[in-house]
Design a protein around this ligand. Structure first.
Ligand SMILES: [Zn+2]
Length: 318
């Protein structure tokens, strides 16, 4: 048996899998990310124990535990160095804490890469040797499978499309640069684009919906406004999709994947986002590479992380 944990900003998802990595049971708990690392780690441990208990298992029945963690990690030592999603979180020795607690091998990896493993082995990417995954949530995460291997690079940050420079003097990014793709193509980014247009004097139904308070705008609202044929909302989706297409055209030229998987909450926008994305890819990517590459949406939804964390555990155990 294996356990895969997806440590998210809102929920801790813990899945129990058999040796063939088929799902057996799962449990979700609130993360309480606004507290501190001790409480979050305790919540994870309690969730694992509860899952074992309700399946009448001891920890000794486990071969390994895999954990997907957002933010900066040292994968080899299993230390989560920093995570922008959590409060009071620095140099947390996750691997050590879990190994001391459960006495089984524990492996951690980046949350986006864990999602990539899940979609690759059990979701939209089954059987692919070359694929790119982009997760559009609060920010933009991404990972790459090339010639049948997940790319890591020197500091395990290979394939970070979110920080591809799209504008020389664009919006400031937490990475220290400006104009990064993720600052525009993400839930936060699309809201910012709508706010900028309103500030420039454009009109929209969003002004009524938020009682003239642009800080209340959400990505979901911009989708709903587009459904009501709001011109500003339509333009915002169009520009966001197009920018994603330019970014992906660059990535397709670099990596030559057979498939691009778009996941995360914003993928639910569907054609509203993906039509302009696909058009920009077609217009700007290398023709042979673009023809050989299909753009699809993710299949596993919010279960990809648990499954992927388990795959990481099984692979690293070997
Ligand atoms: Zn950046």
């Amino acid at each position: 048996m294996f356990i895969g944990i997806d440590l998210g900003g809102t929920n801790i998802k813990v899945g129990l899998f058999d040796d063939q990595l088929q799902p057996v049971d799962e449990i979700w708990r609130a993360t309480q990310s606004e507290t501190n690392s001790k409480i979050v780690i305790d919540n994870m441990i309690v969730a694992v124990q509860a899952l074992l208990t309700q399946n009448q298992l001891q920890a000794t029945a486990l071969k390994a535990i895999g954990i997907g963690v957002p933010g900066l990690l040292d994968i080899d030592t299993g230390i989560s160095k920093f995570s922008p999603n959590f409060m009071n979180w620095q140099d947390v020795p996750i691997k050590q804490i879990f190994e001391d607690q459960f006495h089984v091998p524990v492996f951690i990896d980046n949350d986006v890469r864990v999602n990539l493993y899940g979609e690759w082995q059990f979701g939209a990417g089954i059987g692919q040797q070359n694929l790119l995954m982009v997760t559009l949530g609060t920010g933009l995460g991404s990972g790459v499978v090339l010639d049948g291997r997940v790319l890591y690079g020197t500091t395990a940050s290979a394939g970070e499309l979110g920080h591809m420079n799209m504008y020389r003097h664009g919006r400031p990014c937490a990475c220290g640069s400006t104009g990064c793709l993720g600052r525009y193509v993400s839930a936060r980014g699309i809201v910012k684009t709508a706010q900028e247009k309103l500030k420039d004097g454009e009109t929209s139904i969003l002004t009524d919906w938020t009682q003239n308070d642009p800080s209340k705008i959400t990505a979901k609202m911009i989708s709903e406004a587009d459904e009501q044929h709001d011109q500003l909302a339509h333009t915002v989706w169009q520009e966001t999709g197009e920018l994603l297409g330019y970014g992906l055209a660059n990535a397709i030229n670099l990596f030559n994947p057979a498939m691009v998987i778009i996941g995360g909450g914003m993928a639910n926008a569907g054609k509203r986002l993906l039509t302009p994305t696909k058009n920009a890819i077609k217009a700007h990517g290398l023709k042979i590479a673009v023809v050989a590459c299909q753009v699809v949406t993710a299949k596993l939804g919010d279960r990809a992380g648990m499954m992927g964390a388990t795959i990481v555990a099984k692979r690293r155990l070997k």
